[in-house]
Write a protein that binds this ligand. Sequence first.
Ligand SMILES: [Zn+2]
Ligand SMILES: [Zn+2]
Ligand SMILES: [Zn+2]
Ligand SMILES: [Zn+2]
Length: 358
Amino acid sequence: MSSAEVVLGFLEDAEPWRLRSPQFPSKVGGKPAWLSQRGLPSLSGLECDICRLPLAFLLQVYAPISGQDRSFHRTLFLFCCKTPECYTRNDSRCMKVFKSQLPRKNEFYPYDPPPEDEPPRDLEKDHSVLPVYGVKLCWVCGCPGNKACSRCHAVTYCGKHHQTLHWKHAHKKECCSPEATLVTASPCIFPESELVTEPEEEEEEKEAEGEEQTANAQSEDCPSLEETLAETDLEEMAMHETEDNKVFQRFKKKIAPEPHQVLRYSRGGSPLWVSSTHIPSDQDIPACICGAKRTYEFQVMPQLLNSLCVDSTGASIDWGTLAVYTCSISCNHDDEYCPEFVWKQDFSSDQQTQIKQS
Ligand SMILES: [Zn+2]
Ligand SMILES: [Zn+2]
Ligand SMILES: [Zn+2]
Ligand SMILES: [Zn+2]
């Protein structure tokens, strides 16, 4: 376990203007507040690798790297599929993450930080086009999309899927009608909230580690478990469950002081796993296209699912935790949005019941 500081993320309501690009927000849901207006992810890059439908924007984390001018502004964007069937155990192909960064002096934003308490004047401006290069965005999901509605030409889409969805949901009534156009909320984005951060208290960690040592000592008093380990598959499974439970208990203990945390950020630190199975080895984390190693940066907690209004009874989008790994030198790749790496770890089935009850 690294001693790197952990910063926790919590959801908070915010006025919409605070969640727009010029404010460099960290946020969950809504449409992406793109950082760079150039080199946005391609349409195929924003597709689910399993069902091929457009991914939904899940969250973005503003995470500049101090002392590195190319990363003066830096945001990580996480997308996920909304098809419940794509969420099979420990399979990360229904998720994608991208990094965008800009130096302090850039063509999109002022050199000095935006005023804290003053909404910009152009609040009611059309947000379906990024102003500098005129990149058109899909009205439904906010991702690049330049296919216009052939009747009104007032809205554009990333593809047939979102056009059809919008037509059935609202646009059939709005199309070509001069008044009250385009006011209906988008049907397939997650509810929007600001992501505010605060450092995790250090004392809790020492206490938790102390208790973990006690737990270890107790299991050492019981040598029979170890002696019988290799005897049968059944016993091996039982042993594995014990190990799994230990990791899960540690997870629960660690989050108990701040149960509403939805994100844990610790660049270069290590994630808090929910289970002892499906933990990536170094070989499981692919290097960046620049050749540099990818290191852990943040994880999304299962608590976030509660705020996404996803169905929790039947098949649903789901995870234990999502660990995001990024280029260790935070390279620039032709000024394009760089794909980074996300690892989905699920709870074992008995843990699932426990965490949902708590
Ligand atoms: Zn999918
Ligand atoms: Zn779209
Ligand atoms: Zn139309
Ligand atoms: Zn790189």
